[in-house]
Ligand binder design. Structure first.
Ligand code: ATP
Ligand code: MG
Ligand code: MG
Ligand code: MG
Length: 577
């Protein structure tokens, strides 16, 4: 490619809204242009990088046996209603009506669509396991789109979905995907970590995030310096107390200890102060309207005070982390009747509710707090016991920090910043059950399929690569993602026919060897060429001048080299490859 046909769109100005290096550099190097908040056009140079990311992902997914499909961005509301996510997803879902007033959305993800496809296309267990994937545009009306394509409202994702007869088969594919992701991020040439992530839903669904390490990362991850332990901070800060499933049928309403404590007394038990408790403890009530699914999700993580003051606290934050909606599931998991249960939950630690509820079930046979369908009215609480246990639990869940012993008992914890570029997840039967995606099993019976899903933020990877690779002069691409590998900068080419011939020859030779070359044939100063090539991050630069023609050499400098060196023409291809 020649700059005469492939004009560079580099600019000097840093846009006012570009807070981090990758966003600034993507604009300055002419990779993207903003159309609206969180909505970007990819320019030719940027698109070359995006396509490289896609290409590597596609190759590795194909290698893993996944089948490529392409699903629509426009999705009918009916499918989302089947799984309950039409109500649950919230304002991040970009909704619209068609001319017939029918509800649609622009897909932020495709579980509903693929599950619909699978229930229609898959018939027999012999077709399983199967993994579908696509590389496709997603829409999320992010509350705060920022950092350019890092957190945008329209972005490209690779999303894959696997279907299985049983958990064992899911685990096998999950392991393959974990390895595939490792291969993909290695091929990108990026420093990354796979970490355990918490799903927040009951039943211990397995999930891992892949993070590119970068100081500007929005997430914190914790890992051990001597073992494989690695988790995102939400997962790492939770240390579960031992929990054995209670016997089914046991319930918690047996013995009530009438009377309730004042907040001051509760605080004393918890060893904390009232203002803290008011901020961190939440009263969750069973909703008067049983159709209110969100509130129902939370009803079992309950309580603290006998009055209703805390009802005001908005619950959306924690409830968003609880996926399981059904009374009977909760009942089964906790071994108690719906409407009765446990002590406290911290606003910023959604899992705490779980743990304490688990703990209470396990340890408090006479633990009581009563609720009816109107909300809370206490029948009585054994505060002394309740608070002592709460304290014990809280103690167990203090946030993990730098230098702490690793939860697996091996080594100490390092905390680093990461950018979430991939997320894999064992979905189980959450979607297949809601949408009745069944298959005929070996015994000839219908059986609900087990599912996994696997995402990579294709466009976010481009920004993440720049976060990890840049200096004051511009982008430093890893070889595999660079839009071109080599920049040829001829010195005063138009003054010498001999030079024109040589430049042309070198360009042809490198191109023929499969190297992507950008020949700067603009009539501009050398310094101008150099700063452009550095800004756009081309890994190898070759300067060809009249002087080198006599000695048969070019002046070579790698993007991160301090000095240039002479390389003979004849050795150039080998040198670069
Ligand atoms: P985040 O925590 O950053 O909001 P997420 O957990 O909501 O991401 P997933 O639903 O796991 O995202 O989607 C899979 C991948 O898609 C993410 O790992 C990330 O790389 C990418 N992604 C998600 N949201 C965005 C966005 N707004 N802009 C660009 N990429 C995104
Ligand atoms: Mg998100
Ligand atoms: Mg996330
Ligand atoms: Mg995620």
């Amino acid at each position: 490619m020649r700059t005469s046909q492939f004009p560079l769109s580099t600019v000097k100005e840093i846009p006012a809204d570009a807070e981090i290096a990758s966003h600034q550099l993507m604009i300055r190097a002419g990779l993207i242009r903003k159309l609206a908040a969180g909505v970007y056009t990819w320019l030719p140079l940027g698109l070359r990088v995006l396509r490289k990311v896609e290409h590597i992902v596609r190759e590795e997914m194909n290698k893993a046996g996944a089948l490529e499909v392409l699903m629509p961005a426009l999705q009918p509301a009916e499918l989302w209603q089947e799984t309950g996510r039409w109500e649950k997803y919230g304002p991040e879902l970009a909704r619209m009506k068609d001319r017939h007033e029918r509800d649609f959305c622009l897909g932020p993800t495709h579980e509903e669509i693929i599950t619909d496809l699978a229930r229609n296309e898959l018939r027999s267990y012999k077709q399983l396991p199967i993994t579908y994937y696509q590389i496709q545009t997603k829409f999320r009306d992010e509350i705060r789109p920022r950092f350019g394509v890092m957190r945008s409202r329209e972005f490209v994702m690779k999303d894959a979905y696997s279907f299985h007869l049983d958990q064992e088969s899911l685990q096998a594919t999950y392991d393959v995907m974990y390895q595939t992701y490792t291969n993909i991020f290695n091929r990108f040439g990026l420093k990354f970590r796979a970490v355990m992530a918490d799903s927040g839903s009951i039943g211990g669904a397995v999930s891992h995030e892949f993070h590119v390490l970068a100081a500007s990362g929005e997430d914190a991850i914790a890992f051990s310096d001597t073992s494989d332990y690695a988790a995102n901070i939400e997962k790492a800060e939770v240390r579960r107390p031992p929990f054995n499933r209670p016997e089914p049928g046991r319930n918690l309403e047996k013995t009530a200890t009438p009377g309730k404590k004042t907040i001051a007394e509760v605080c004393e038990f918890l060893g904390t102060t009232a203002d803290k408790v008011l901020k961190t403890l939440i009263l969750v009530q069973r909703p008067a309207n049983p159709q209110d699914r969100e509130a129902r999700n939370a009803y079992y993580m309950v309580l603290l005070r006998g009055d209703h003051e805390l009802n005001e606290i908005k619950l959306s934050k924690i409830i968003g982390n609880f996926d399981f909606a059904k009374d009977d599931e909760v009942q089964e998991a906790l071994g108690c009747r719906p409407g009765y249960i446990g002590p406290v939950c911290q606003e910023n630690q959604p899992f705490l509710g779980h743990i304490i509820a688990d703990y209470a079930v396990e340890n408090l046979s006479d633990f009581v707090c009563g609720a009816n369908d109107e909300g809370f009215h206490y029948t009585g609480v054994n505060w002394e016991r309740d608070c002592a246990l709460t304290q014990e639990c809280l103690h167990d869940i203090r946030q993990i920090g730098e230098g702490d012993p690793s939860p697996d008992g091996e080594g100490n914890i390092t905390i680093a910043r990461g950018i979430e570029v991939g997320h894999i997840f064992q979905l189980g039967t959450k979607y297949s059950e809601a949408m009745n995606a069944a298959i005929v099993n070996e015994a000839g019976k219908n059986q609900i399929m087990v599912m996994g899903c696997y995402g990579i933020g294709i466009s976010r990877v481009v920004a993440a690569a720049i976060e990890q690779g840049h200096d004051e002069r511009g982008i430093i691409w890893p070889n595999e993602l660079a839009p071109f590998q080599v920049a040829i900068c001829p010195m005063n080419m138009y003054k010498s026919d001999r030079l024109v011939d040589t430049v042309e020859k070198v360009y042809q030779e490198l191109t023929a060897a499969g190297i992507e070359v950008l020949l700067d044939d603009r009539k501009v100063r050398a310094g101008f060429m150099f700063s452009d090539m550095e800004l756009i991050g081309i890994p190898h630069r070759i300067v060809i001048g009249d002087r080198g023609l006599d000695s048969g050499t070019v002046e070579y400098q790698g993007r991160t080299d301090r000095e240039s060196q002479e390389v003979p023409f004849s050795e150039l291809v080998g040198f670069i490859k």
